[in-house]
Design a protein around this ligand. Sequence first.
Ligand code: NG6
Ligand code: CA
Length: 507
Amino acid sequence: MNMKHTFLAIVLGCLYACTPTKEPSQSEESSAVPKPNIVVIYTDDLGYGDISANGSNTISTPNIDRLASGGVRFVNGYATSSTCTPSRYALLTGEYPWRKKGARILPGTAPLLIDTAQMTLPKMLQANGYQTAVIGKWHLGLGTGHVNWNEEITPGPNQVGFDESYIMAATQDRVPTVYIDNGRVDGLDPNDPIEINYKENFEGQPTGLDNPELLKMMWHHGHNSSIVNGIPRIGYMKGGESAKWVDEDMADHFLTKAKQYVKEHKEAPFFLYYAMQQPHVPRTPHPRFAGKSGMGPRGDVILEADWCIGEFIKTLEEEGILENTLIVFSSDNGPVINDGYNDDAVEKLGDHKPWGPFRGGKYSLFEAGTHVPFITYWKGTIEPAVSEALVCQVDLLTSMAQLVGSTTVGKDSEPILDAFLGRSTSAREELVIEANTRTAYRKGDWVLIPPYKGAAISKEVNIELGNLPDFALYNLKEDLGQQQNLAETNPEKLAEMKAGFFAIRGE
Ligand code: NG6
Ligand code: CA
């Protein structure tokens, strides 16, 4: 640790340790603490094994690897959940999503899930002098239940802490397939209003189910409602022609917005939540990347995402602020190969293992559902390391509060800034992970999966969901792949793990 680091650690440590817990006031700016820009780069459905930095030699992600080799690469980094909405809820609120009713995969018409009175990561940063923005996938609901897409859409990101937002409402496979710019549909022609319905089609509108001849990508399960750009979606949409996104341009589009945001806000500290859409379905690489991975569109869009990250870092460099920017890179949940379209992902996967050494995948309570890529990078401040510290995205609220001198603490968010900055390997002792409201528990090297009813495997996506007939106990130190259930042979550990789990779950 050099002088600069020692000083920073003392200032931050004292600020955190010496102040009682409180919610931030309107402004709680402290001039004593350094205020780096904070960027969270968040991918969608990227698995632990989808980056070469985590040991994969079947794909090459040089730009993500650059963050990993110049920063801290976490081998025990988690999303709270094995699907998108709950993980994003936890990341922004510092609260476990299973505490929040309705924190599950949302349709495009869902109301805003985050209470506008709730503390959030961007709100905390706003109170500490930060400019804040979200660019990319939102998927946390909008409005209060009856959104008129032709008027101002509120409440939304701008009401929960973001000064600026440029988003897609839900997912790339769900309507409305338009960008929303600070609450207004971008490029909307008022004479061609948008109507959305998740239950019924609008008269005369083609669907994936009835009009396969109009499709350039075939659906496999679900995804057979409205057709946009030859791709069948979830939900029905009418109107809004001029506002519809071009799927193949989406990565460039969000990247352009992210670069522009950096250029326009570099004079004062900013927080940018850059929520990329890859490699979620439908996987639609720009032609520059089509065919480049040899693994079909899923591999191609991972290369595209990696390229975008490289371009984004280049912008920070060119603007002279890379050394003043903390970058956190992670993914909202683990990987899935066939998530509802026939896009060659299964056929062309070859030896690639998106789940890395883990069992399961997206939707699963097994490790691959939540055990995701996790990297922190801050040029000149973070020293390169591989960390075994147990860290979770839910910890960002409290840990970023530590960084900026705020005493805000999220309900389930731990103060583990030192781990995020690579200065300590001790972080969380325990963590509750979630898969579609089912929960499991990690403590130390051990994982406890309680019994759940339901199918062992989702046939549609071909993933083991982690529904087991009885309590299962795994030791990740010896068994990353969760092949040996030690519940019967280790009753003491089983009892200890159950006690720890039920203490948090309150059951
Ligand atoms: C599922 C979709 C899946 C994906 C997922 C959300 C079907 C059959 N499957 O319901 O394709 O959109 O929701 O993914 O419709 S997530 O990463 O946003 O959680
Ligand atoms: Ca996701």
